[in-house]
Design a protein around this ligand. Structure first.
Ligand code: GLA
Length: 672
């Protein structure tokens, strides 16, 4: 469900038609003399908006109920005088030291029952009424004071909910969990049934007997139903806190509001959050050592656009260069920050923001890159920041345009992800995100547009729908997938999909119970592979499977490839089943990149890329505006590329056709 309100369009208007460009701004880390220089440099870099006050609670409320807003008044006034707009935080991301002293029972408790202490950030229990009360009061006080401040154009509620406190196992949380379970199940009978408590003597006769899945007896497993519901509950508990804080802001202000997501962040099912954002926003950080980090960025941006219902969204944070929290914090190579930024913009972001404006001189993040590095403005990084500011200004007209409809939908569902990765499963090597990334990568490499959709999203218009390890499927989704294929769609389901219902109960009678008929196959037994081993497949040129194999047979499907050796020799590994006017493919193992490419040639062969004929490593995405379309080209390669397209490059200024995009360079080509 998408929010009714297009807060991103409101923001663009408030920014005078410019894209959001800026960063988290933490002036409280600096003496006031620096603030004037900050504003001057922001102007020089083309900054339009900064996020202020995210971690300022302790300075804004130094004693319970006593506020000191003076310094923030002066910051906001200075920013306003300099023409810089503000995304103002509720300042509730991390409580001050006094809070946990006053409310020791609001501190985070881990699964072993140990209370975590103050000293970092976000060390609170999300279900704590004391925390909620204090955060709501603070959020309300901020909104009341600054709702009419002319610099403030949007609200930033808390920050990255759950980043450091995703599950709290304290007694308060336990009680909240029981309430949540009562709501979900209505009766203990229903809960006992859903959790299969007949197993291991777990039958409950009183709600008070139920607790969170804290650490259990040695070398054993907590009840899977209890675990799965715990993930659900914990995501909802964080959302309830967001709702309470957002409501406190909305009492005083109509400006659009957001809380920043973290892409494929496992603890929060953002599908249940997105509709409550006026602006859907995201923080994305590359894992510097990852060869496929660029594709990870693209897939995350595709998720964000899907969460925003296809509308524009906001990149709230990324880094200008290195971060501080990876084992080796690799600096970005020249041009990488610019390419990263344009990937987000291409995929629907109407702004690029960073963490943070000025690199800190103290604190845990002092080695995190920023827009103003420790070296100051005599630096390549600063020059790159200013250049990006120019670029962002040059393409302002793309604001509000929509990314052209995608041809492929990748189904990615949080509850299924949680359930698929619980313990006591056939193999620890099964990871829905890995499989999803592999399928996104073959599309990305071919410049085929992908939406990352949820089970309730519509399937109309997609040429291909992919289910990567969609372990948990409810009946309604199965019915819609079946109708999609009958109507002419192409479905690809991988191994370990359709195995259980929403209670994590096996769908009996042969795997994959939910999809057996649609796929025309029946699997009797899983044969996951030993760590690092592969199994050759007969029927493909480059056929090798990893992670998984299984013993089954086709009951209507055509066998495309089968296991060549081993206990499953001769059994189907890849099948396709003509159903109605469509086709349902099944891939029963994790394909190596080469094998997947070969299968993708078949499955995606008829799907049109955004632009024909671009070499690998050149990313192309089209955004459609009311009067023009914009082809974003990001050249990740070391070679110049010729783009056979007629139009005007908003960045380089070249007109006509073709366009030359140099190694590592970016173009945004406007076409009527
Ligand atoms: C997150 C937080 C920021 C900062 C950055 C560092 O995105 O929101 O406060 O810690 O990470 O990468």
């Amino acid at each position: 469900m998408t929010a009714q309100r297009d807060g991103m369009a409101e923001l663009t208007e408030a920014l005078g038609g410019r894209l959001a460009f800026g960063a988290d701004y933490n002036p409280e880390q600096w003496p006031e003399e620096v603030w004037d220089e900050d504003v001057a440099l922001m102007r020089a870099a083309g900054v339009t908006m900064v996020s202020v006050g995210i971690f300022s609670w302790a300075l804004l409320e130094p004693e319970p109920g006593k506020h000191d807003f003076g310094w923030l008044d002066r910051v906001l006034d200075r920013l306003h005088a300099g023409g810089i707009h503000v995304d103002l935080a509720t300042a509730t991301a991390s409580p001050p030291p006094w809070f946990l002293l006053e409310h020791p029972d609001a501190a985070l408790v881990d699964g072993a029952g140990v209370r975590r202490t103050f000293g970092s950030r976000q060390a609170y229990c999300p279900s704590s009424p004391a925390f909620r009360g204090a955060a709501v009061r603070m959020a309300g006080a901020m909104a009341e004071r600054y709702a009419d401040h002319p610099a403030v154009v949007m609200w930033h509620v808390s920050n990255e909910y759950a980043d450091h406190n995703w599950h709290c196992y304290c007694d308060v949380s336990a009680a909240a969990y029981r309430d949540w379970l009562r709501d979900r199940y209505g009766s203990l009978d229903a809960l006992n049934d859903a959790w299969a408590t007949a197993f291991w003597s777990q039958h409950y006769t009183d709600w008070e007997q139920i607790g969170p899945p804290r650490e259990v007896s040695y070398n054993s497993f907590a009840n899977p139903g209890q675990q799965l519901d715990w993930w659900r509950f914990s995501s909802d508990a964080q959302r309830d806190l967001f709702r309470a804080e957002a409501a406190a802001v909305r009492e005083h202000s109509d400006a659009p509001l957001t809380t920043n997501f973290m892409g494929f962040f496992k603890p929060l099912d953002y599908r249940g959050w997105a509709a409550e954002q006026d602006i859907v926003s995201n923080d994305h950080y590359l894992i510097g050592a990852e060869p496929d980090r660029t594709q990870h960025l693209a897939m995350t941006a595709d998720l964000l656009r899907s969460l925003a219902g296809g509308r524009s969204w906001l990149l709230m944070e990324h880094s200008t260069s290195a971060v501080n929290w990876q084992p080796r914090n690799l600096a970005k190579v020249p041009g990488e920050m610019r390419r990263n930024s344009f990937q987000h913009l291409a995929r629907g972001a109407d702004g690029v923001m960073f963490f943070q404006w000025r690199a800190s001189r103290g604190g845990a993040e002092k080695f995190h890159s920023a827009m103003v590095p420790h070296a100051g403005t005599e630096s390549r990084l600063w020059r790159d920041v200013c250049r990006l500011g120019d670029d962002v200004r040059a393409i302002a007209e793309v604001a509000g345009s929509r990314v052209a409809p995608a041809s492929v939908a990748l189904l990615f569902d949080w509850p299924s992800w949680w359930a698929a990765t619980l313990d006591s499963h056939p193999s620890v090597d099964v990871d829905p995100l890995v499989t999803a990334r592999a399928w996104h990568k073959v599309c990305w490499g071919r410049n085929i547009g992908v939406d990352v959709i949820g089970p309730a999203d519509g399937l109309e218009g997609y040429d291909v729908v992919v289910l990567p390890v969609q372990y948990l499927l409810d009946d309604a989704t199965v019915a819609r997938l079946t109708a999609y294929v009958r109507g002419g769609g192409t479905l690809v389901a991988t191994y370990f999909s359709g195995i259980v219902d929403e209670h994590d109960h096996i769908r009996l009678g042969g795997y994959p119970g939910a999809l057996r008929d649609l796929l025309g196959i029946r699997v009797e037994e899983f044969h996951p592979l030993p760590e690092g081993e592969t199994v050759p497949l007969a029927g493909l040129k480059e056929g090798v499977g990893r992670v998984w194999s299984e013993l089954g047979r086709a009951t209507g499907a055509e066998v495309v490839a089968s296991y060549a050796v081993g206990p499953c020799a001769g059994a189907p590994a890849i099948t396709r089943h003509a159903v109605g006017r469509g086709m349902a493919w099944y891939v029963g193992t994790e394909l190596t990149a080469e094998a997947l490419d070969e299968v993708a040639d078949e499955v995606l062969g008829a799907v049109e890329p955004v632009v024909e004929g671009l070499p690998a490593g050149v990313e192309a995405v089209r955004r459609l505006g009311a009067e023009a379309s914009y082809l974003f080209v990001v050249n990740h390669t070391h070679e110049t590329v010729i783009v056979p397209i007629d139009g005007v490059d908003l960045l380089g200024g070249s007109t006509g056709a073709p366009h030359v995009v140099k190694a590592g360079d970016v173009a945004v080509i406007r076409q009527p």
